[in-house]
Design a protein around this ligand. Structure first.
Ligand code: B4P
Length: 192
């Protein structure tokens, strides 16, 4: 199995690129953001809880996120996948450690963290743009968008060092056309 973490700040294009990469490499795409949105849309207890965090631009607590992610991986493992494309997970050091341990328990590992690098002002512009049509509460105003980016620097950015220490970190320029960025990612993933 080849398991890849697609990484980057909010609006870096993880979801956009994941749609292409999952087809190209036949990977199971797991987006914790999509999972939370599914629960919020269906008004489940988990969704109600997640909403109180996402609408403020904050991360959902690790305990909740980790259990949700593990349940989904366990469900998908029954289909003998080629590997997983983790999108938006891990986002904290605790999540990264839980993922490492969980992969070991499943007798597999993370092959690489591939990170989309994009400047903050471009991120804000992209998310405000998406907010015009997405209906996502967390894209609706600039204050919440800037708080999501701040939360990224507080809790998530540090994961670069976590994966660099394992020689698994690959940074990719995330500015350009979607196709150009896919080509850059493919070059990295092709060498794994
Ligand atoms: P996510 O769903 O992961 O949201 P995101 O970071 O905004 O998305 P992404 O980077 O995938 O951006 P996209 O491709 O869509 O998380 C939402 C919330 O859920 C979090 O804030 C948090 O509260 C919670 N959450 C999720 N995971 C969690 C975890 N592990 N722990 C705790 N909480 C968690 O691209 C953005 C926009 O840019 C789009 O409009 C796209 O069209 C555009 N775009 C993409 N590529 C482009 C390009 N090359 N050029 C121009 N525009 C581009």
């Amino acid at each position: 199995m080849t398991n890849i973490v697609l990484f980057g700040p909010p609006g870096a294009g993880k979801g956009t690129q994941a749609e292409v990469l999952k087809e190209k490499y036949q990977l199971i795409h797991l987006s914790t953001g999509d999972m939370f949105r599914y629960h919020m849309k269906n008004d489940t207890e988990l969704g109600k809880l997640a909403k109180t965090y996402t609408e403020k631009g904050h991360l959902v607590p690790d305990s909740v996120t980790n259990e949700m992610l593990k349940d989904e991986v366990n469900r998908q493992l029954e289909n003998n996948p080629n590997g997983f494309l983790f999108d938006g997970y891990p986002r904290t050091k605790d999540q990264a450690q839980v993922l490492t341990d969980f992969m070991t328990e499943k007798k597999t590992k993370i092959a690489a963290m591939v990170a989309l690098e994009v400047g903050d002002e471009i991120l804000v512009g992209r998310l405000l743009d998406r907010g015009k049509s997405s209906g996502r509460a967390d894209d609706a105003n600039e204050e919440v968008i800037r708080e999501r980016i701040a939360e990224y620097y507080r809790k998530t950015d540090v994961l670069k060092e976590y994966y660099q220490a394992e020689n698994k970190y690959y940074g990719v320029n995330g500015v350009g056309s979607v196709e150009e960025i896919t080509a850059r990612l493919t070059e990295v993933i092709g060498k794994l």
